[in-house]
Every structure is written in C-alpha cells, then in structure tokens.
Design a protein around this ligand. Sequence first.
Ligand code: PLP
Length: 313
Amino acid sequence: MYKIILLINGVFLSINNIKLDIEYIRSQFPAFQDPTCKEWSFFENAGGSYVPQTVINKLNTFMISNKVQPYAEYPMSKIAGNQMDESTNLFAKMINAKNNEILIGGSTSINLYVLSNALKSFISPGDEVIVTNQDHEANISPWRRLSESGAKIVEWKMNKNTAELELEDLEKLLNSKTKIVAVTHCSNIVGSVNNLKKISALSHSKGALVIGDGVSFAPHGFPNVKDLNVDFYTFSLYKTFGPHLALLYGKEEILKKLPNQNHEFLSGQYPYTINPGGPNHEELVSLSGIYEYILSVYNHHFGNNEVTILEKI
Ligand SMILES: Cc1ncc(COP(=O)(O)O)c(C=O)c1O
C-alpha cells in the first residue's frame, strides 16, 4: 500500500490506503514501452523527466495541424494562438499566478540571465545584491554580473555544520541598500528546502526583491507563488514532464516596470517585453499535456471526472 501525495498549487493532496497504480503510470510514458529503454534503469532524473503521451500528442498535433503564425485572424492561426495561451493559463492556475505573470523561456539559466539583464535598470552604484553558496550557478552568476552596474555582491553562506541557510544570517546581511535576494527553494546540492515565505517577508521589510529558483522543488510539486510571496520564481519544465523549456513567474506590478527587451512594437506589452523574441510555439503548446497527465493520474485514482484537481483544492 502506498500513500498518494499530489502537490499542486502548494497544497498537498494526501490520501492514505489507495494503491498507486504503477502499471497505469508506466503506461502513460511511451519511453517505457520502447525496447531500447527497457534495457536501462533511469536514475538520471536531474537530467530531466520522461515525457507522457499527452505531451507528445499535443506537440505532434500542433506540428501537423497548426504550424502557422499564431494570433492572426484566420481560423488555424486563432487555434494556434489559443492553444499557446491555454498552456500558459493552465500553468498560471497550477502555481496560483495571473495569466500575464507567466513567461516561457529556453531554460532556467536563460530565464535568470534575461531577468538579471532587465533588473539592471533597478540597480544604482552602492546597492547590494545577495546570492548564496547553496544555489546552482544559474541563480548566482547572473546576479554577480550586476557588479558591472555598481552593485556590491554579498554572499549568504550555509552553516558549515548543517549545510542550511540560516534566516538569522540573512537578517544580518539585509539592509536598506539590499535590492535583490537570489535564493533557491530547494538545494540541488544538499536537498534542503528553504523557507521562501519567511525569506520574502524579511527581504521585503528592507525593500529587496526575492528571486526563487524552483528547479529542484517543482519536480516534487508545483508551488503556490502568491503564498510564497516571491517576486520572481523559475523552474525547468523538462524536469516536470515537459520539453526542454523553463517557466518564469514575475509579479505583475514589477513586470510592468521592466524595460522592453523585445521588439519595439511590443513595447508596454508585458510579460512579452522581458524575453528577446517569442517562445518555441510547439513546445509551449505541449505544456498543457503536463496538466492533462497530472489530471489523468488524479482521475484514475480518485475517479471524479467532473471535478478537476484545481477545482478540488
Ligand atoms: C537548482 C537548479 N537551478 C538551476 C538549474 C539550471 O536549469 P536549466 O538547465 O534549465 O538551465 C539546475 C539544473 O539542474 C538546478 O538544479
């Protein structure tokens, strides 16, 4: 007997005494039916998760039937644009964000680089930026580069005995000059889960923005970004059953103030202003297949097709 736990929108759905149907789960992943894959045991989950049929179906259908310029007036183009919006809107729902607070980029490393470039405009010489020594390089070096704009980079170091980032150490580093705190939600090195809600409260009390790296957290459950109250949050979709893409959440009121890094005709049209260029259309469309997969696991075990997981929580 297994305990089934689904974490969506930061809420654990935990039901005892229901057997997880492993055969059903495996049957959703074509790779597990592939003879080559059967010769291997897959332990490299840091490299990404396998992709369910629902994601592959969405990608294939788009490539075959809808590979046109989206958002124009003709029917096929409207369908393409709607499918792209459906994916972002479902992910917005899953992490409790607004539809216009979600951006899809090539990877978390790219998302954070692009974001740090945009946030340069918030930095004046003498401002301080806090990075940690518990983070992945992706959430350190883009912020260290802000020293080129005159920022002083301050390192929040792990406690040597516990490998934890202690909140009391953060409190000592924060001051009225701190503009950014970049910290991981879950460490890919030591596995600890940091209390982003408290980190946000402490940082906001000094006027600093919080950038959360959710790459190691999201494969275990999608976060509730409003509850965490982070200003930005990013995770890699290729580690949550999707293609090689990454999601970036940003608070609307801050996205609005960032400079346009996209084409001039998109000026003012946040969140599209953050990324230089558009997303990969077909892969973006396939993301709604992640929602379908999670919903199918839920419905297979709990059997209520009228109530979606999101409505249930
Ligand atoms: C915690 C963490 N942050 C960021 C990254 C970088 O993600 P990406 O490969 O999407 O750039 C990784 C990669 O494994 C990671 O583990």
